[in-house]
Write a protein that binds this ligand. Sequence first.
Ligand SMILES: [Zn+2]
Length: 249
Amino acid sequence: MNYTIIALNALKDNYIWLIHDGQNAVAVDPTESHVVEQYLQQHNLSLKVILLTHNHPDHTGGVKALCERYAPTCIDNFVQQLADGQMLNLADLDLSVKVLLTPGHTLEHVCYLVDDKHLFCGDTLFGMGCGRVFTNDFVAMYSSLNKIKVLPESTLCYPAHEYTANNLRFITSVDTNHLYYQDYAKYLLMKLSSTQNSLPTVLADELHYNLFLRCNDPKVWAMVGTKCGELISDEENCFVALRQLRNTF
Ligand SMILES: [Zn+2]
């Protein structure tokens, strides 16, 4: 399938990602049906598949209406119980889609890796951040992020929210070596001011600059420890402390 991936803006800061080949389309987390329908109609597309990363209403809001209208295949770990590494066979679409189980934000959260290159990561990884741990299972969330970290560095990541600018502010409040972020921050803010969209983000950049992916670095333990006033001496505690700091930022 020769396809393009586009971002549809929805709600306050959500993205609905749409993959299409000029004829058939896949929607990821279609929270508002009218946004998707409008695009499908304008471009004469037929909706074949819905991929859901998790079952929060700001991701699933449009599913019912879209299913009634287009009868797509709906992939939802909340309903079907997918397996880690499972390859999805999507009717009519020549796409390779691999499931990564990524619990932490919710228990059923999954990411979808399309053609070993495009990662639809829902509320697990954000530009310069990660999702809230609603399950309180920080160990699970941390290992979900580690699952993403080992993908090829050229992987393009498509989170479901535009939180990058705020996440950047948070990260540079913890790591005060602003020089380190200067060029990347400039690039991000330029991209945001010209397109209002910082995504997708390249995994290599996240590995460099996203503190949530750098919790295995003792230098990061020191900065997080200073910020929260605790002694941090391992990567999981570093992740918990960092995520808790972000909750109250
Ligand atoms: Zn969510």
